[in-house]
Structures are given as structure tokens and as C-alpha cells.
Design a protein around this ligand. Structure first.
Ligand SMILES: NC(=O)c1ccc[n+]([C@@H]2O[C@H](COP(=O)([O-])OP(=O)(O)OC[C@H]3O[C@@H](n4cnc5c(N)ncnc54)[C@H](O)[C@@H]3O)[C@@H](O)[C@H]2O)c1
Length: 466
């Protein structure tokens, strides 16, 4: 399974290099150029991937109070997505959205045209499906641009290693890079993290994450409708990216990474291995048509840390099954509610025993007023780093969280125990050559005669997920 290891490809080496668990890169004292904001002090923003989150992230960027910001260029592969995003942002932010028609680009190479139109020190937002992250990041580094990229940042071994190398290049150019793991910017989780580090629940022995609800987003798909509705199979797969492991890491990576990231952050460590299981109970939609995507509909993964502590991640997308969406951490002296509701929702609390009741509560997070929204906090933190030249690179922990997520997914998909090093050093690249794609390129996974794509077969396919 392993190929030759580069100096940074074992978990141990990586943790040694980046600190116990990376938060921002440690660059203090290193002489590197200051890539400051443009001369007139206005930071221009490029939005690459104008969907739901991209529109939200651009809105957050324009809402920061750290100095003048304008949205100056937009890119998508679908004109209607871009127009919808532009109209929404223009209505809300008026003159802060300054994107004339010749600064709006459609197509796979639109990111180059957009970034070519920017100045060093501006910020590019990457909110396409994750498969394009390394392509866009590479070009942004060449252009001297700061970056905000959404999670997850990788779904396979080769691109994880590539992103780590690119992260070093971004450091060498003193670029500031944010990753959309917003739990880390939730003030209640930051306060809880400090209290857990201070020993308030003792040694962390067990953690539990639950994201169990009905089917959401594009995780389950019926067969590609073909022409004339959806002439390009590739673009249709991009539209339904949660259905395809190459595009998103599937529902496991896209949906569970927030709990996986913030629980490991509470433990201040990454797990060394995972084993897990899952299944697809319903292979047909309620109207009887077959589902053709690559996901399972339920997962339980057991992660193990170097000290033997365990973390169980439970995920399910089944109609009518019990809904649970929260995260807990248990220590030798008590327990903590981390996300009370959803990916990060507060209040967080600490309890003096293993029962999360009001009577056992010793601390509960407060209201943080203007800092209640972690999506805005992550932008204020990034802009503060850019304007005041503070070291800021979230890619190392963004990649680590993505690798840990992928190793759990791969463990369930193959039915094997997968170590962190197995995942990071795996040779299967899910979207090879993606940097050269055109609108006419074939998709990286093709369907069979029934319109179905290759699915995981735990115990039968052991070395690869499909
Ligand atoms: N942090 C969070 O809480 C959070 C929430 C939602 C989504 N996300 C992440 O944001 C990303 C986008 O998710 P979304 O829900 O906005 O999806 P979306 O489908 O609404 O938006 C993605 C957009 O990117 C465009 N696109 C795809 N490939 C492109 C390319 N090569 N070049 C330019 N544009 C391209 C699509 O046409 C679409 O408009 C995902 O990685 C997702 O995991 C994060």
C-alpha cells in the first residue's frame, strides 16, 4: 500500500514538524517578505465556486470590520450559479460587490483569469468541491495571494501530500491561509478547549460524535439523466458532488469532518488508526429507482489514539431513524458537551461525572455577543493576520483533519484497519489530471450499463475504496 515516503509523509514526522497539533504555523523569527494588502488598503476578494457556502463566505469577508474589502471577481462552471450568487451578494452589500461582467469567469480555467486580475496580498476564496483545492491553491501561491479554502481539503493520499508541500510553499511566501473548519473559531469551543487542556475533565479517554439525520445535500443520487437535461456527465457529477468520492470524499468526509476535527482538537492529538463499518440499507429510492452513488447510508468508525483512548464517530442518513447531531468528550474526572447541537452549536458545558445533566454541570459557555458566529470569526481572524502580518496557516491541521476523516471512511469502505500513515501514503489518486480538465473531459468515475458507479465492497476490495 505504501509508496516511498517523502520526509513529511509519516504522521509522526508530521506532528514532529508542525507541533503536537497544528493551529497556525510557527513562523516567528523567520525572515520572510510581508505580503501586505494592496497600496490603497482595500483587500480584494476572488470567489471561486459561487454556490451556497461560497456566497456565505464572500458575505462573511465583506462583513469583517478589519478594514476595507471588496469582492472583485467571481468564477464558476455554471453561469446560473454565478448569477444567483452575484445577485444575492449585490443586493446585500451594494458597492462592496464590484464585479463587472469582464471579471466574471465561467469554466475550469476561470480561476487563472480571476487570480491574474488580482494584486499580491488580496484573498482568493475556494468553495468548489474539494477535488479542485490543490489546483487552485498552487496557482494562488504562484500569484502571491492569501487564501480562504473550505473543508475538507483532500480525500486521498496523493493530494494530501501535495497540499502539505504547497502549505510549505505558502509559508515561504508568508501567505495567510484559512481553512473552513469553523469550530476552531467558535468562541465557546475555544474556551472549552482551554479548560480541557487545563485538566478540567482529567485525561480524555473517550469521545463520541453523532451526525444522524435523513438524507441531505446530494449524497444519494439517481442515475445521470443524460442529454438534453444534463449533457455533461462530468458537470452533473460536480453538481452532485456529495455522491462521488473523487469530488468530496462522499458524505463521510463532507458531513463528519467538523466533529472529527474538533474532538481531536479537544484531545490535542490525532488518532493513529481506525476500524469501522457501515452499510447501505436502502439501495432504491422511495419511488423504486436505484441509487447509483458511492456512499453508504450508515457508518460507525472507531478511532484509536496513541495512548489507547478511543473516539467513535457515528453517521447515518436514513429517513425515520433516530436523529442525533452532537459531540461529547469523556475524561477521567468528568465529561464535556462540545457541540450541543449540529456541527459546532453551543452552549458547551463541563460536568463533574459522566452524565450531562444540569445538576452535574460545573461550567457552561456564555453568550459571546458579536463573536457568536464562527463563520464571521474565522474571517476576522484571517483579516487580522493579513493586515497585521501575523503567522497564519491552517492548512496543516486542515490536511490532518481531512486525512483522519479519510482514514475512517476508508476503514469502513474496505473493512480493514487503516492507519494514519496508510491513508497519507496511499497511492490511489481519485481525480488524476484534474488540473488539465476542460468542459469536455470525461468524469474520473464511469457508470456501468445500469447507470451505477463503483461502490465500496468491505472485505472484498481491501486496498482501495472502489
Ligand atoms: N464549513 C462549513 O460549514 C461548510 C458548509 C457548507 C459547505 N462547505 C464546503 O464548501 C464547499 C462547497 O459546498 P457548497 O455547499 O457551497 O456546494 P455548492 O454546490 O452549493 O457550491 C459549489 C460551487 O462550486 C462550483 N464549481 C464546481 N467546480 C468548480 C470549478 N472547478 N471552478 C469553479 N467553480 C466550480 C459549482 O458550480 C457550485 O456553484 C464544499 O467543500 C463543502 O464541504 C462547508
Amino acid at each position: 500500500m505504501n509508496e516511498a515516503k517523502s520526509p513529511l509523509t509519516t504522521r509522526r514526522d508530521f506532528i514532529k514538524t508542525t507541533g503536537k497539533i497544528a493551529t497556525v504555523s510557527a513562523l516567528a523569527g523567520v525572515a520572510i517578505p510581508h505580503v501586505h494588502a494592496a497600496e490603497n488598503n482595500t483587500i480584494q476578494i476572488a470567489l471561486i465556486g459561487c454556490g451556497g457556502r461560497g456566497t456565505g463566505a464572500a458575505g462573511n469577508a465583506l462583513s469583517t470590520k478589519k478594514g476595507p474589502v471588496t469582492l472583485s471577481t467571481m468564477v464558476d462552471v455554471f453561469e446560473d450559479r454565478m448569477n444567483g450568487s452575484y445577485d444575492t451578494l449585490k443586493k446585500k452589500f451594494g458597492d462592496l460587490v464590484d464585479v463587472p461582467k469582464d471579471k466574471r469567469f465561467i469554466g475550469f480555467d476561470g480561476y487563472k483569469q480571476a487570480m491574474d486580475s488580482m494584486k499580491k496580498g488580496d484573498v482568493a476564496i475556494f468553495t468548489t468541491p474539494l477535488a479542485f483545492r490543490w489546483v487552485h491553491f498552487k496557482y494562488a501561491i504562484e500569484k502571491g495571494l492569501n487564501v480562504f479554502m473550505e473543508k475538507p481539503v483532500t480525500a486521498d493520499g496523493p493530494t494530501s501530500r501535495r497540499m502539505l508541500e504547497l502549505s510549505e510553499q505558502a509559508n515561504a511566501k508568508n501567505l495567510k491561509v484559512g481553512v473552513g473548519l469553523m469550530s476552531r473559531h467558535a468562541r465557546h469551543l475555544q474556551e472549552l478547549h482551554k479548560r480541557v487542556q487545563d485538566g478540567e475533565i482529567g485525561d480524555v479517554m473517550l469521545m463520541r460524535g453523532y451526525r444522524c439525520h435523513g438524507p441531505v445535500a446530494s449524497a444519494f443520487s439517481k442515475r445521470w439523466p443524460g442529454k438534453p437535461t444534463e449533457p455533461s456527465e462530468l458537470l452533473w457529477q460536480i453538481k452532485r458532488f456529495h455522491s462521488f468520492l473523487w469530488a468530496s470524499g462522499g458524505c463521510y468526509s463532507d458531513f463528519y469532518i467538523h466533529h472529527i476535527d474538533h474532538l481531536c482538537w479537544m484531545k490535542n492529538s490525532w488518532p493513529v488508526k481506525a476500524q469501522g463499518m457501515g452499510g447501505r440499507h436502502f439501495r432504491n429510492s422511495p419511488d423504486g429507482e436505484p441509487w447509483i452513488d458511492q456512499n453508504l447510508d450508515s457508518y460507525t468508525v472507531e478511532y484509536t489514539f496513541e495512548d489507547g483512548a478511543k473516539f467513535y464517530m457515528h453517521g447515518r442518513c436514513n429517513v425515520g431513524a433516530h436523529s442525533m447531531y452532537f459531540s461529547h468528550a469523556h475524561g477521567t474526572k468528568g465529561m464535556a458537551i462540545c457541540a450541543k447541537n449540529g456541527d459546532y452549536g453551543g452552549p458547551s458545558s463541563i460536568h463533574k461525572n459522566q452524565q450531562p445533566t444540569r445538576g452535574s454541570m460545573t461550567w457552561q459557555s456564555k453568550d459571546y455577543g458579536a463573536e457568536n458566529d464562527p463563520y464571521l470569526n474565522e474571517w476576522n481572524d484571517l483579516m487580522d493576520a493579513i493586515r497585521n502580518d501575523k503567522p497564519y496557516n491552517e492548512v496543516p491541521f486542515g490536511v490532518q483533519a481531512s486525512v483522519v476523516t479519510s482514514m475512517g471512511r476508508m476503514a469502513a469502505h474496505t473493512g480493514q484497519e487503516i492507519t494514519y500513515d496508510d491513508m497519507l501514503n496511499h497511492t490511489h489518486e481519485y481525480a488524476p489530471g484534474i488540473d488539465k480538465w476542460t468542459m469536455d473531459s470525461p468524469p474520473p468515475v464511469l457508470s456501468d450499463a445500469d447507470g451505477k458507479y463503483p461502490v465500496p465492497m468491505p472485505g472484498l476490495k481491501k486496498d482501495r475504496e472502489y
